[in-house]
Write a protein of this length. Structure first.
Length: 454
């Protein structure tokens, strides 16, 4: 579990610290602000393009091997970023970091199924969510401290000792699972990566009004790739594009809930800084402090939700959390122009608490709703839903900012995010009509758990 937490911490930290460093990077590498955004985009793009192919590889090579390969790629990419002479090389290094992060985060579900007994799965996933929330909260402070003491290159060099620990300890401690000889679907892997790349780049081009014809062509290619992937996977027993898992009602509804919820979360995360600074006239430092209650509340709520998830229906906990998150987002959208800091803080904390109460039980449901043999595809789907939802949320905010004044767009975006949270709560509630097939261990799992517990 310590190896998994270190990997999660590094993946989340490198997502967040780059946001803080963008102005510094743009200045020192002589890039425009719009060009420097690729330090963020390349990381997300590299991750989402390979999540499902790596998940399929993991069911053939074993979760531990893919995890260690991902950590190795992440370490190498961190060195590339440290010594990057220009923005292009830095963006390429960040893309490789995203590929490594996909190997790290995508294996969590499969590894947890081998590490923890089923009765502790909610606690384990709650601990994971707590690590994510804590690192998200700490990232701005860590980045600011590093930038105040030295070069931006130390933002990436700081990864190296933690990566070394994860590689050595992971090789010794992570469960070794025998490879399953299956033919890898190279065409499906290329189609999957191309589909997500075309979807995100095409949507970005259209929302920025940068190149509408090319954006439309890319979206059409993404739709065509999705059709081909689904048709090819429909009759397969363990396809790369996990149609077999999405047909499980509990899992399919959980993926839809996760994607919609992370879309709402990203809309809030992107639009709130603009609302605070340009609508409520807060400084950059004040904005950072006012945003901190969200991840802090998420971390604490995730611990409580993980404990409850092993005892209460996950769908019920998810719906409660998403309704609370929706209330916080709508209250934030209705902030008066003369709102004081305390009024902002408790609203932000409500959003974070609701999000934390949703995250752990939803991940537990997704992990336990699928067969153990498909743990790789399960983990890949969980991470893909997260990244896709966040990317689409960023695109929607970009579109609103292009169509409306910043202050008005920020409030509208937060209200829209609240509506998405309510929609996700409704989708989550549909799962109450279905049972979780793996709430009780299937044949063979009892013996496996008994052996694991000595």
């Amino acid at each position: 579990m310590a190896v998994i937490w270190v990997g999660l911490a590094m993946s989340v930290l490198d997502t967040s610290i780059a946001n803080v460093a963008l102005p510094t990077l743009a200045g020192e590498l002589h890039a425009t602000p719009s060009e420097s955004i690729w330090v963020i985009n390349a990381y997300q793009l590299g991750m989402v393009m390979v999540l499902l192919p790596l998940a399929a590889f993991s069911e053939r090579l074993g979760y531990q091997r893919i995890y260690l390969m991902g950590m190795s790629a992440f370490s190498l990419a961190s060195l590339v970023c440290v010594f990057a002479p220009n923005l292009l090389v830095l963006a390429l290094g960040r893309g490789l970091q995203g590929v490594g992060a996909a190997g790290i985060m995508g294996m969590n579900a499969g590894l947890l199924r081998r590490i923890l007994p089923l009765r502790m799965m909610g606690k384990g996933l709650g601990a994971n969510a707590t690590v994510i929330g804590a690192m998200t909260a700490a990232a701005p402070t860590i980045a600011s401290a590093i930038l105040s003491l030295g070069s931006w290159r130390w933002l990436f060099a700081v990864n190296m000792p933690f990566c070394a620990f994860a590689l050595v300890a992971g090789a010794v401690m992570l469960p070794k699972i025998e490879a399953q000889p299956r033919r890898f679907e190279w065409i499906s892997a290329l189609l999957s990566g191309g589909m997500f790349c075309a979807l995100l780049v095409g949507a970005d081009l259209i929302t920025r009004n940068a190149n509408l014809p090319l954006g439309a062509v890319l979206l059409a290619l993404a739709a065509a790739s999705a059709v081909v992937l689904v048709r090819g996977a429909w009759s397969q027993t363990a396809p790369l594009f996990p149609v077999d898992l999405l047909r499980i009602p509990m899992f399919g509804l959980s993926v839809a809930t996760s994607t919609t919820s992370f879309c709402a979360q990203m809309i809030g995360a992107v639009s709130m800084p603009f609302l605070f600074q340009q609508g409520l006239h807060r400084s950059v430092l004040q904005t950072g402090l006012l945003l901190t209650p969200w991840p802090v509340a998420t971390a604490f709520a995730s611990m409580a939700a993980g404990y409850l998830a092993d005892r209460l229906p996950g769908a019920l906990l998810n719906s409660i959390g998403l309704v609370v998150m929706a209330a916080g987002l709508i209250l934030m959208a209705a902030l008066p122009a003369d709102a004081d800091n305390l009024g902002i803080i408790w609203r932000t904390a409500i959003c974070g608490a609701g999000f934390g109460f949703f995250q752990s039980p939803n991940n537990r449901t997704m992990v336990l709703a699928t067969p153990r043999a498909r743990g790789g595809a399960t983990g890949g789907s969980i991470a893909t839903a997260r990244v896709t939802g966040q990317a689409l949320g960023a695109v929607l905010v970009s579109l609103l900012f292009r169509l409306l004044p910043i202050g008005e767009a920020g409030r509208l975006a937060l209200g829209f995010a609240g509506g998405l949270s309510l929609a996700a709560a409704a989708v989550s509630g549909l799962r109450l009509r279905h049972s979780l097939p793996t709430d009780q261990p299937r044949a063979g799992e009892v013996e496996a758990e008994a052996a694991a517990e000595g």
